[in-house]
Design a protein around this ligand. Structure first.
Ligand SMILES: *[C@@H]1O[C@H](CO)[C@@H](O)[C@H](O)[C@H]1NC(C)=O
Ligand SMILES: *[C@@H]1O[C@H](CO)[C@@H](O)[C@H](O)[C@H]1NC(C)=O
Length: 237
């Protein structure tokens, strides 16, 4: 979450409130803006929604059909992307946030509730906390948002089960812990595959009896879901 990253990073959403996840992408869009996540280059979508200001970017995302619900529109309007990335915040494309990590393109969106953001690079978690504090400190103070340092591949057992889990980096295989931490009726959205071999965004829905339905969504190109050392050697940003 947080900023994201890359590698081991996953967004875990609990109790998404009124509107359940209408579409994974729409869900991710909001998360990506509030809590920027790993690299995302969606080949099937051009960067057509860029604007000169935050409100113009969000208006354009609605114009282009990425945002379809008024609730998502309002939430995005209130979450200025300039708080979360310094360079070109109103471009509808991923932007670097250092540490070989990026904030996803805004066209990737979701609901509200308890959100737990996990990233394995402590500096990115600190940066995320500072970004959120600048944007709306009460999000953290009220306890509806937690940003923690950890390996996203392990999820975060303390607040499981989750209604939705979004991973912002590509896993070679879907981490078992994430499937286990889903609530029946919950959904995991994760890029799967290798950088060279091609990746696709996949959706896993957990049925009431604990089985899963897998739905391929689209071809994507994310940074790999890996360990901290492999992602960032600790030197250049
Ligand atoms: C800040 O976050 C709180 C939730 O903790 C929300 O009720 C409030 O509307 C937000 N304020 C702004 C300006 O977005
Ligand atoms: C579990 O639920 C799914 C979907 O509702 C169904 O297709 C499947 O057959 C069920 N499996 C078992 C073992 O009951």
């Amino acid at each position: 979450m947080t900023n994201a990253s890359t590698v081991s990073e996953a967004n875990l959403l609990q109790n998404p409130g009124v509107q359940s996840i209408r579409s994974s992408l729409r869900s991710m869009l909001r998360l990506s803006v509030v809590f920027p996540v790993g690299v995302l280059l969606v080949r099937t979508m051009a960067w057509t929604s860029s604007g000169n200001s935050h409100s113009q970017l969000i208006e354009n995302l609605r114009r282009d059909g990425v945002i379809q619900s008024d609730r998502v529109f309002k939430a995005l309007m209130e979450t200025d992307r300039a708080h979360y990335c310094k360079d070109f915040p109103f471009e509808d494309s991923p932007q670097s946030i250092g540490y070989h990590a990026t904030i996803s393109a805004p066209h990737m969106v979701g609901p509200s509730g308890l959100v737990v953001g996990v990233d394995h690079i402590p500096q990115l978690v600190e940066q995320s906390i500072s970004n959120v504090q600048t944007d709306n400190a009460s999000l953290l103070a009220a306890g509806g948002l937690k940003l923690i340092v950890g390996d996203g591949r392990n999820g975060h057992l303390d607040h499981a089960p989750y209604d939705a889990i979004h991973v912002g980096a590509a896993a070679a295989t879907v981490p078992e812990a994430l499937l286990q931490q889903l609530r029946p009726g919950g959904r995991l959205v994760i890029p799967v595959g290798s950088r060279d071999g091609g990746q696709q965004l996949e959706q896993y829905d957990k049925t009431e009896n604990g089985s899963f339905t897998r739905t391929p969504l689209m071809r994507v190109a994310y940074v790999p879901l890996t360990d901290r050392k492999r992602q960032w050697s600790g030197h250049e940003l």
